[in-house]
Write a protein that binds this ligand. Structure first.
Ligand code: SAM
Ligand code: SF4
Length: 428
């Protein structure tokens, strides 16, 4: 049986798409290989959101060039945000690649398979996630909207993933029912901006409508979604979160900066005050909400004072999780064309470290308040001899027990906390 290996970096969307590609290759009679070295076909699912990620892609392409010179039969496919519209130029630069296809363009993959005599099935397949620690997990990721129409000035995603395109409600519900039949208990709906979901569909269903449809699937226990955009999230959605039990009390709501002038040049479409009011509304309707955010430091021209404003918003909001990134100029974006990358790398690094330090202290305070509490955990697998899973609020919890907890809800009394995870004892 021929073997495939999928190499994935980047966001949850890429991970979900790699699962789908695995499904297509399984349908064609391929078997998963453990590494590049014993694969006949390799898929690189790539990210170029920052230069670091792009460098990893280039490094891996170099490695594969070496492998292919030793094994000319090795087939190399590449997808993800590395694939731009100039595919012929990319093909010239990297002649050892057999197929370049845009993220989610499985028709291209199927057509290529047909040419090669690889019978890939047309049916969209969604597979339970395998997070690398154990397989299979009861949790899965499902893309519901492709692309992004926002054009934040720093971001390459709209150029590489194209305009927004929603999947019909019926298709998502049907697919989820099928997955639940296979043992899936938790679904995370994915989109670069899930708040835009449905605007391009007949009748304009929105995310709140989709959530209530999915909530009626009997054995589905939890529903999550990400990422939200502060300028687009609606009151209707917040109210749906408050009223639908299966919808988890967890939101990813990237603020990106705590300064109005920086937000403006980032083209984010909201002010700090509007973000503050939004979080206030969310917390008043869903008091147990756990919030995660993204911040970029060192955007062109960011002064020390403007950076301090980002620290202030973190202190004020007390997010559960903060992902911080140093600004990286991306080809073709508005920021790269219009502003000089003026903040030195050492200053970016210093700012990034300051935010990380601050967040460690906030997260450790927030999590320490969970000591002694009993939390419900959906068990996803085992790592280092312990069971692990997440709470509704997306806190990672570990516990030890000899029973088989995979896919079950466990009540765990927390007896150890850290900024990143919790430990406890399972109640039986
Ligand atoms: N759609 C989401 C949003 O509205 O924030 C996030 C998608 S983006 C691909 C993921 C994160 O990467 C962003 O939240 C941002 O913090 C970071 N990012 C995007 N472009 C970046 C850049 N040029 N430099 C540094 N970080 C960047
Ligand atoms: Fe990029 Fe902004 Fe779209 Fe997020 S909303 S994917 S940051 S352009």
């Amino acid at each position: 049986m021929p073997r495939y290996f999928i190499w994935t970096i980047g966001c949850q969307m890429n991970k979900a798409e790699s699962q789908q590609i695995a499904g297509y290759l399984d349908s064609a009679g391929y078997q998963a290989a453990g590494s590049f070295s014993n694969a006949d076909l390799v898929v690189l699912n790539t990210c170029v959101v920052r230069q670091n990620a792009e460098n990893k892609v280039l490094g891996t392409l170099g490695l594969l060039k070496g492998l292919k010179s030793k094994r000319p039969g090795l087939q190399i496919l590449i997808t993800g945000c590395f694939v731009n519209s100039h595919t012929q130029e990319l093909q010239r630069r990297f002649p050892h690649i057999d197929l370049l296809f845009k993220p989610g363009d499985y028709l291209e993959l199927i057509a290529w398979g047909k040419n090669q005599g690889i019978p890939i099935e047309q049916r969209p397949l969604c597979y339970p996630s395998n997070n690398g620690w154990t397989a299979p997990s009861p949790c899965t990721f499902t893309p519901i909207i492709q692309g992004c129409d926002n054009f934040c000035s720093y971001c390459i995603v709209p150029y590489r993933r194209g305009r927004e395109m929603s999947r019909p409600v019926k298709e998502i519900v049907c697919e989820t029912e099928e997955l639940v039949g296979q043992g899936i208990k938790e679904i995370t709906l994915l989109g670069q901006n899930v708040d835009s979901y449905g605007h391009d569909l007949p009748g304009h269903p929105d995310l709140a409508d989709l959530l209530s449809e999915l909530s009626s699937i009997g054995d589905l226990i939890r529903i999550r979604f990400l990422t939200n955009h502060p300028k687009d999230i609606s009151l209707k959605l917040i109210e749906a979160m408050a009223s639908l039990n299966k919808v988890c009390e967890y939101l990813e709501l990237p603020v990106q900066a705590g300064d109005d002038d920086i937000l403006k040049v980032m083209r984010r479409g909201y002010t700090v005050e509007q973000y503050r009011e939004l979080v206030h509304t969310i917390r008043s309707k869903v008091p147990q909400i756990s919030l995660s955010t993204d911040i970029i430091v060192g955007f062109p021209g960011e002064t020390e004072e403007q950076f301090e404003h980002s620290l202030s918003i973190i202190k004020e909001m007390r997010f559960d999780v903060v992902h911080v990134a140093a600004y990286s100029p991306r080809p073709g974006t508005i920021a790269q064309r219009e502003y000089q990358d003026s903040i030195p790398a050492e200053v970016k690094k210093e700012r990034l470290n300051k935010i990380e330090e601050l967040q460690v202290s906030i997260a450790s305070e927030i999590n320490s308040q969970l000591w002694g509490k009993e939390m419900e955990v959906l068990v996803e697998g085992r790592k280092g001899g312990k069971w692990f899973g997440r709470t509704q609020s997306n806190k990672l919890v570990f516990f030890e027990d000899t029973g088989d907890w995979l896919g079950h809800l466990a009540k765990v009394q927390i007896n150890k906390t850290s900024p990143w995870s919790l430990k406890g004892q399972v109640k039986k």
